[in-house]
Design a binder for this molecule. Structure first.
Ligand code: SF4
Length: 217
């Protein structure tokens, strides 16, 4: 597909997905950038629903980076137990909050470079926090849904999250970066599922090179 056609497809794709998922937004509950940073760390290998079931109590108990650092490791681990890998996650949260205290006076920084220097924070987490809590998008968060859909929709042939993100950044207008990730995640959860995509009821099948065509099964 030529670059011009990809751009045109992309515009149509975003329009249809926006119509289909008008409420697409960050599925993790939070009220501050620190809360979203912690929730995103907890979401590794865990559903957003499960994270959301733990965070109301957690966020009431730990309000600042200093609160997490001061906690006994086993107590923090217990508080996040149901999200899985809780000892490792507790350790990561405490190291991350230590760095926030030492380097940023306890505040969550608002640049990609500074965020990625925090222990436990990779590009995806940084993108989630920058786009949703700080409203300063500097990239597109690529999770497994975004990765799979970008490939199926023919937006890129890249295979790694970093390369997929770079390809999407070239195509997607900056003001749509954060929303684009939510739209693909919504569509990935609802219809373009990992094992069996429901192409027969897909609202963007006419824009998708992976859709089965008539006469081709
Ligand atoms: Fe996914 Fe099928 Fe829709 Fe393409 S047509 S986006 S593969 S569900």
């Amino acid at each position: 597909m030529t670059a011009r056609r990809v751009h045109s497809h992309l515009r149509q794709l975003v329009a249809v997905l926006q119509e289909t998922y008008p409420d697409a937004h960050c599925a993790l509950n939070f009220t501050t950038s620190l809360e979203l940073l912690i929730a995103t760390i907890l979401s590794a290998q865990c559903t957003d629903v499960r994270v959301n079931s733990v965070t109301p109590t957690l966020f009431r108990k730990y309000r600042t980076a200093a609160d997490y650092v001061a906690a006994a490791p086993e107590e923090l681990a217990k508080d996040i137990q149901s999200t899985g890998f809780y000892r490792q996650k507790a350790h990561t949260i405490q190291r991350c909050c230590e760095a926030l205290l030492q380097q940023h006076n306890g505040a969550v920084p608002d640049t990609m470079v500074a965020l990625m220097q925090l222990p436990g924070v990779g590009r995806k987490t940084a993108n989630v926090v920058l786009g949703n809590a700080l409203h300063r998008p500097q990239g597109i968060a690529v999770d497994t849904h975004v990765q799979r859909l970008a490939q199926r929709l023919g937006l890129t042939t890249a295979r790694t999250p970093d390369k997929i993100e770079q390809a999407l950044l070239e195509l997607v207008p900056r003001k749509t970066w954060t929303l684009f990730s939510h739209l693909l995640i919504s569509h990935g959860r609802a219809i373009c599922k990992a094992r069996v995509p429901q192409c027969g009821v897909c609202p963007v099948h006419h824009l998708c090179p992976s859709a089965p065509r008539e006469g081709h099964g």
